[in-house]
Ligand binder design. Structure first.
Ligand SMILES: [Zn+2]
Ligand SMILES: [Zn+2]
Length: 245
């Protein structure tokens, strides 16, 4: 489909450093732009979606990936970052990197405990010994939960290798909240799991700009540095190999 001139966004790139190949793997956006514009039109045509994206919750990053299926036909995948209006799974969109049931089984119980401790803390004198102890206990609980949640994330790449978030994330600093929930990891994981060969991927922001103003309605963005770059090298690995076959 030919694009009109105003449809040409700056080329964006989805990339990350791969430990295995000691190089940066990347995937361009060209082949996914037409799919993005189709999605933008759809997002604009639904009143409930528009109200949500331009309301107090603000806008969202969306991602589109154009792939070849094993039978040679094309397929367009779509993803939203994080949750959509409180939901992790929505029909017509690729799922998150973890099993939802396992996620809630792990998090519900611990989050209840954390809330209970929070109420107890409020009733104690600040900086008293019990206050400090309970604060420490709460921190330990939430750190242990994070660890368990990160281990629920199963990342698959195009060699057929699977690893958890913790095994994949190579940065020395801790894993930021929301890592693995952006559109690019969701789309790549789905493609690798279903033997699809990605041709291009693009992510854009739709809705009311975010609080810091770093994300603007209708703008395209490359994959993010802090959360995605440290896992995308692993996730993109094996794509070149698939191309050569
Ligand atoms: Zn990201
Ligand atoms: Zn590699």
């Amino acid at each position: 489909m030919p694009l009109t001139s105003h449809d040409h966004p700056p080329q964006t790139i989805t990339s990350g450093y791969c430990k295995r190949c000691k190089t940066i793997h990347n995937l361009g956006s060209d082949k996914a732009i037409a799919g993005c514009h189709r999605l933008m039109t759809e997002l604009d045509s639904e009143d409930a979606t528009k109200d949500y994206l331009f309301g107090p919750a603000r806008g969202k990053m969306f991602g589109v990936m154009e792939c070849i299926q094993p039978d040679g036909s094309l397929i367009t995948l779509r993803a939203f970052s994080g949750q959509f209006d409180g939901l992790w799974e929505v029909e017509g969109w690729v799922p998150p990197l973890f099993n939802i049931k396992d996620f809630f089984r792990k998090s519900d119980k611990v989050e209840k405990q954390i809330k209970t401790i929070g109420r107890e803390i409020e009733m104690l004198a600040p900086h008293s010994e019990p206050w400090l102890l309970l604060r420490k206990k709460r921190r330990q609980l939430s750190q242990a939960l994070m660890l368990e949640i990160h281990n629920l994330y199963q990342l698959k790449n195009f060699h057929g290798d699977t690893a958890t978030l913790r095994e994949t994330y190579y940065n020395r600093n801790g894993i930021p909240t929301g890592t693995g929930d952006c559109c690019a990891p969701k789309l790549l994981n789905y493609a690798a799991r279903h033997r699809l060969t990605p041709l291009g991927i693009a992510e854009f922001y739709w809705g009311r700009e975010n609080k810091s103003g770093s994300r603007q309605h209708g703008s395209f963005y490359s994959s993010c540095r802090e959360k995605c770059a440290p896992i995308l090298g692993f996730m993109l690995c094996g794509l070149d190999y698939l191309d050569e076959k």
